[in-house]
Structure formats: C-alpha cells, structure tokens
Design a protein around this ligand. Structure first.
Ligand code: BYC
Length: 472
C-alpha cells in the first residue's frame, strides 16, 4: 500500500482506478492543471532536464528518488500517509469518536473553506516565483527553486483530490477556481495576503521559503491533527516534502549572511554593497518584511473561526496529542498579546478563541531558532552584529495590531514617528533596486553569484559542480 502506482495516468496510492467517477473528474482536471503550469509555472526552462526528486513511497525512510525530469513531465499525483488503524478524533467536542472517513454533513462548508484556503496558497507561490529562474545564483539554486515549485504543484493536487473526492460538484467547482485566481491580480487575487506579494528577487525567495513556507509547516501540522482522516493523512505526507522548502530558505539566508561576513572581513567595512554583497542591515529589512507578512497568515489573535475549527474537530493545535490537557479547552485560558491604548500587554483570554495566537507562538519560537543559527555564522566570523525577529505587532495587516504602528522592538508609534523611521526598518525602493541590480543568472556548473556563499554540500550527495539543470 505504501508503494505508489506509477503506471496510472495519475500516480496515486489511493486505489484511484477503483473509483471511476473520481478518476474521471481528476483526469478532466489534469489537462487544466498542465495548462495552468505552462502559463503560470516557471518561466522558461520547461523543456530543460532538471535533477528532481519524485516521491516513490509514503514511508518516512527512502520515500523519494532523484533523476532528470522535464518539469511538465513531473509525475504529480495523490499520495496520502498510511492510515492509522482505529484512529480517533483527538480533540474538541467529538474527542474519542472514530476519525471521519467521509465529511460530516454539518461541517461541510467550513471544511471546504479550510481546504480551499490551504490549496490556494500552493499555486499562488508558484506564480509568485515564476520569474526567478532567469536570475538564479547557481544551477544548484535553480534546481532547488524548481523542486519547490513542482512540489507546491503536487500540494495543489493533494487539496484538489480532497475536494473532488469528498465535496461533489462544489468541490469540482472549487478545483477549477484554484486554477483561476492569480497571485497579485486585482480582480481575482489569491485568498491570503502574503500570497499576493511579489517575489521579485532571490533574497525575497529565500526569506519567503524560510518564513512563509514555515507558516505552511504549522498550518499543515494543525490540519494533520484533523478528525477528517483523509485531510490528516494528506497533510502528514505534505509535511515530509515541506521540510526541504524550509531548508532552502534557512540555508539560502545563511549563505547570504555568510557571504556578507566574508566581504566585511576581507574589506574591513560594513558597507559590503561596494563589493557586490548584501549587507546585514538590508537582510534585516527583508527579514522584517517577510516575518510580518507571514505572522499575519495565522489570522486574528482572538478568532471565533479558530475556536469553531477546534471544537468541531477539524483543525487541532501543533502537536495536539503531545499536549497534556483535556483537549477540549472549554475552561482553559491562554496569554495573548493585546493593545491597551498605546501599550502592548499580555492578557489571559479563553483558550479556544486564542488558538491562532497559540499556533503563532509555536511558529515564532521556531523562526527564532533559525535566526539564532544565522547569528552563529556572524559570531563565528568575529563580527559584532545580530539579526533579530521584529516584534509580532510590527507592520501587521490582520488582527489587533492592524490599526496601529509598532516599531520592530514593540513600541506603539505615532504616524509621524513611523514615517520618520520606516525606511530604516523595511526595504526602500533604493534597497530593492540595489538587490535587483545583483540579480544576474549564474549558470556555469559549480559557480555561485558573488552575493551568496556556496552551500556546505550538494543535493542527494552530488558535488557542488553537478549539472543540476541541463541547459544545453
Ligand atoms: N490574509 O478569524 P480570522 C502554505 C481572513 S501556508 C487575508 O482572523 P481564521 C504555503 C480569514 O480568512 C499555509 N485574509 O482567521 C506556504 C477570515 O475570512 P472569512 C496555508 C485573512 O479564519 C508557502 C477573516 O480574515 N494554510 O501552505 O481563524 C508556499 C477573519 O479571520 C488572513 C492555511 O492557512 C490573511 N493573512 O484563520 C506554499 C490553513 N488571515 O473566512 C504554501 C487553512 C485571516 O471571514 N486556513 N484572514 O472570509 C486557516 O486555517 C485559516 O483560514 C487562517 C485564518 C489561519 C488562514
């Protein structure tokens, strides 16, 4: 069962051939997906051979194989983690009941909305990144970009499978709509804010894969706890693939930090722009931007939606089963950051509507660990500087802090103070133009752009000068 059937037109481990109606629906959707991929997927390179990994099984050990693939030939398919026999719902009002194999009628609308919101982010990120190939810092990075892109495409398949298999005609309509919205489009934008922001350069790409893909990790982990078993199983397998995306982000930013430090030491100056590097203050500004956009993705601090998702048994907490409490949370409280006139204070709030904030807390803690690793790179270079996560209330568009201006260190500011300082906290047009000026495709084997250090090792044990993408 763990093996994936690659003889099928749509590779899968869900016995698709036995469900003719579903198979037909997905086979009708497949050419539309490919059309979307051609129009909105990576620009150029579609006919090139890329050294990609493809899932071959859903076992945690040895689940993927590597080989040259032209992206439109990538075997997108439907892979669910193995079922857990006798799985029960682990939280909310239905705690202890058998996990649902079919959608509970009364939760149909809510569940569909959750799946559509998750699904919408996947093609959105591919659209956001579609022009990056031309300016890749190396073949190694180009290959990583495409790996991320094809897997986001597969994650779209994962959600479309759930919609088509479990939501009848509405589900099929939503599957079509997922291919019709466009990142950043004024008339038919993607659903969530961060997925309508442009990703115009590789610095933004690495920050996005570090901060925004990490939101994916936490949202998928919360959905992997779902009492709706097919959603849980599909999210569990998606998390396996997601880990690589965050690796690309963490090492990408780490390599830029490393290069900035090398240039600082070599030229005994902090102004490494003169030498074609990305200086630490610029990295900090991009970090501030991407962190703030990504913390918004967790929704409002106090949310009845979040309380309902939990009570209904549809979306749990991060590592729900490891939490030592009643998993119903009707009387529990949770400390939530809030605005008290011009100060930010912590207040105990009922735990259920605070679940977005709780997931955000897990996320922020995880983000901080990577920042600490980047700071180790700076320290090891003997440089006295530090990157910092901004305060969670900084530059928010969603939730209690959306109406106020807050500095990176968490002070509520007047509009005038904000205006006087924002250029020091967020990328300016000049910063963007500078970063853009560095973006030139480097496609010679084993070469890396001057603004980024080579990685510690290659992909799948291959050397750094491996031909990760065959351009000839
Ligand atoms: N932008 O009660 P509220 C990933 C809306 S990333 C725009 O505060 P709720 C990936 C909200 O929809 C993971 N709108 O929040 C990463 C609601 O609208 P409706 C994606 C927003 O509902 C990289 C209203 O505001 N997965 O996989 O508790 C590359 C009030 O909502 C935003 C998921 O998000 C925003 N930032 O929670 C590729 C999981 N925030 O319904 C992939 C599924 C809130 O009143 N989604 N709103 O019209 C969810 O669990 C929830 O929808 C959210 C929002 C956590 C996003």
């Amino acid at each position: 069962m763990a093996g994936i059937d690659y003889l099928e037109r749509i590779p899968n481990n869900v016995n698709l051939a036995e469900n003719r109606r579903l198979q037909r629906a997905l086979e009708e959707w497949q050419p539309k997906f490919l059309e979307w991929w051609t129009d909105m997927g990576p620009h150029g390179y579609q006919a090139k051979e890329v050294y990609l990994r493809t899932a071959t099984s859903v076992d945690a050990q040895g689940w993927a194989q590597f080989g040259y693939v032209q992206m439109p030939e990538y075997r997108w398919g439907i892979f669910l983690a193995e079922p857990e026999p006798g799985r029960t719902i682990n939280f909310g009002d239905h705690k202890g009941a058998p996990a649902w194999q079919e959608v509970p009628g009364e939760y149909r609308g809510v569940l569909r909305r959750l799946i559509v919101t998750q699904g919408d982010t996947e093609p959105a990120s591919v659209e956001q990144q579609r022009h990056l190939g031309r300016t890749c810092p190396s073949l190694y990075d180009l290959r990583n970009l495409f790996q991320v892109n094809v897997e986001e495409g597969r994650h779209l398949w994962a959600m479309v499978y759930l919609l088509d298999a479990h939501f009848g005609r509405d589900g099929r309509e939503e599957s079509e709509a997922l291919l019709q919205r466009r990142s950043g489009d004024r008339d038919k934008p993607r659903i969530l804010g961060a997925f309508n922001e442009p990703t115009p350069d590789w610095l933004s790409f690495f920050m996005f894969t570090y901060f925004t893909d990490r939101d994916g990790k936490y949202q998928l982990a919360a959905l992997a706890e779902s009492g709706f078993d097919p959603l849980s199983r599909t999210c569990r397998f998606m998390l396996t693939e997601e880990a690589h995306h965050m690796f690309v982000g963490e090492t990408g930013v780490g390599r830029m930090v490393q290069r900035a430090c090398e240039l600082m030491r070599e030229h005994k100056t902090e102004d490494v722009r003169k030498y074609g590097g990305i200086d630490l203050p610029t990295l900090q500004k991009y970090l501030n931007f991407h962190f703030s956009v990504s913390v918004d993705l967790f929704g409002s601090e106090i949310s009845t939606n979040a309380a309902n998702f939990y009570t209904m048994g549809l979306k749990g907490r991060f590592e729900e089963t490891k939490k030592d409490d009643d998993h119903r949370l009707k009387t529990a409280t949770y400390p939530v950051a809030q605005l008290d006139s011009d100060r930010i204070v912590m207040r105990e709030e009922p735990a259920l509507p605070s679940l977005n904030e709780r997931l955000r807390d897990d996320y922020v803690e995880d983000c901080a660990r990577g920042v600490a690793r980047w700071n180790q790179i700076i320290q090891k270079a003997g440089i006295d500087a530090e990157l910092k996560l901004p305060h969670r209330a900084f530059r928010r568009a969603i939730g209690a802090f959306a109406e106020v201006r807050v500095s990176p260190d968490g002070r509520v500011l007047s509009e005038a103070e904000w205006d006087a300082n924002k250029h020091a906290w967020l990328p300016t047009e000049d910063d963007q133009a500078y970063v853009q000026s560095l973006m030139h495709g480097v496609t010679e084997r084993g070469r890396f752009a001057n603004w980024i250090a080579p990685p510690a090792r290659g992909i799948n044990g291959q050397p750094l000068d491996f031909e990760y993408v065959r351009l000839g």
